[in-house]
Write a protein of this length. Structure first.
Length: 317
């Protein structure tokens, strides 16, 4: 892989983190009025419609995403569909169950396992070997995310429920990491938009079926009726499910899967800053420490090795 592709992939990974963090602030506002499953179904619907519209524009410009998909090996398309089922539909569903059990504070701690899982799967599935700078940077970013997370334990949960919630949360982020790492070789031979659309379609279909289950299934579909909450839910979905998903897949396409996942993890720190700016949430010493650790980690992951090589050539180290 050419060095400029690494830079491009790292840029996309950071853009994914920033756009997702911005979407989280808006989702928090809309989530105050919309149940989690309904909100998840809504955001994926918006993302899928925009992805299909983008493919239509591409076709009008002479770059046919459908033709691109038809030229792919059927096995590769099946893996992309499976990736969407695992990484979007199943992972999101399990994640919401965990969220209901242990709350936002503990689930943010569990989310720190995302990049270690991605590094593990990248090693097992892709034989990626990172440098010491990648591991140091990853450790600092995860430390920053862990620092900014609030470790509030729900008072109305038993130890067994909390343990189950932590295990389910870890399983969910593991599925997210596995779902995207497993298709990295396929992503290198297909355009980002069609690949993202296939994954989104598979996740949307399964989520739609899940939203039809249960005695209160109709509540999952009321979110599609125009309402004041759309002023938050629509832009959040555009940012979080359309742009962030494209940036996320592009990050994995153009650089190491493990590096992309590590940089994705900074979304928690970005969200903390944006929540302080726009939701008036507290931004104190803990958040400043987290931001500092994460920024140093990002610098080490992205340019640490280049700086070391320059200093070595000058004889400074």
């Amino acid at each position: 892989m050419e060095p400029q592709n690494h830079v491009l992939g790292q840029t996309f990974a950071l853009l994914a983190a920033l756009t997702w963090a911005t979407a989280l602030v808006l989702f928090k506002r809309s989530g105050e009025r919309v149940p989690p499953i309904a909100l998840n179904l809504f955001k994926n619907s918006v993302g899928l419609v925009l992805l299909l519209a983008t493919m239509g524009v591409w076709a009008a410009l002479g770059r046919d995403g459908i033709a691109d998909l038809l030229h792919q090996h059927p096995g590769d398309l099946c893996l992309l569909l499976l990736s969407g089922v695992i990484g979007i539909a199943l992972a999101d569903t399990v994640f919401f169950f965990a969220l209901n059990l242990i709350g936002v504070g503990l689930i943010s701690v569990v989310d720190c396992a995302y990049s270690p899982f991605a590094i593990l799967f990248a090693y097992l599935l892709l034989a990626e070997k990172l440098t010491v700078f990648h591991y140091i940077g990853a450790a600092l970013i995860v430390a920053g995310v862990f620092t900014t997370s609030r470790h509030t334990v729900p008072v109305n949960r038993t130890r067994g429920q909390i343990a189950l919630g932590m295990l389910l949360g870890a399983f969910a982020v593991a599925m997210m990491a596995f779902g995207i790492v497993m298709v990295k070789p396929i992503l290198e031979g297909i355009d980002v938009i069609p690949a993202t659309a296939v994954r989104m379609f598979a996740g949307f279909v399964l989520l739609s079926l899940f939203a039809l289950v249960g005695p209160k299934w109709k509540q999952n579909w009321t979110v599609f009726r125009p309402a004041p909450v759309w002023k938050y839910a629509v832009p959040a979905s555009v940012l979080g499910t359309y742009l962030a998903m494209i940036f996320w897949v592009a990050g994995f396409k153009y650089t190491y899967a493990a590096v992309s996942a590590v940089l994705n993890q900074t979304s928690v720190v970005f969200a903390c800053i944006l929540a302080a700016l726009f939701l008036k949430e507290r931004f104190g010493g803990r958040q400043i420490t987290a931001l500092t650790l994460a920024l140093i980690g990002v610098l080490i992951v992205t340019i640490g090795e280049q700086i070391f090589q320059i200093l070595s050539a000058r004889g400074d180290v």
